[in-house]
Design a protein around this ligand. Structure first.
Ligand code: SF4
Length: 113
């Protein structure tokens, strides 16, 4: 999913995309897409730019260039950007066995579309 997000952001150019547009285009949950965006922001590949739309302030995500260190996150594995990683583990309330984010990511790897 990260590769596709990068491709879509690159394609959008300086106009950028709203987070909602990216969520819609990727057809994934907003939280999964937000995790990818946060990872790309931390790497300096994406910048948030304030914009006005119909009189309301919105934030556009604009690709800043550079190569993604996708290998650092094992091709978008949600664990690398997960806010719950400190509480996650075998025998803990949150476990990789029943994690929707991880299972969705694994399913994508096994059944790429
Ligand atoms: S398994 Fe799920 S909850 Fe645990 S660190 Fe990974 S993404 Fe986060």
């Amino acid at each position: 999913m990260e590769s596709r997000a990068i491709a879509l952001l690159k394609e959008a150019g300086q106009r950028g995309l709203l987070l909602s547009e990216l969520v819609q285009k990727l057809d994934h949950s907003a939280s999964d897409v937000r995790n990818i965006v946060e990872s790309l922001k931390r790497q300096g590949h994406v910048k948030e730019v304030e914009d006005q739309q119909n009189g309301a302030s919105t934030i556009r995500l604009v690709w800043q260039g550079g190569e993604s260190s996708e290998w650092n996150t094992l091709k978008g594995c949600p664990c690398f950007v997960c806010k719950e990683i400190e509480q996650c583990g075998e025998g803990q309330p949150i476990t990789p066995w029943y994690c929707g984010k991880l299972n969705t990511w694994l399913a994508e790897r096994l059944n790429p579309t």
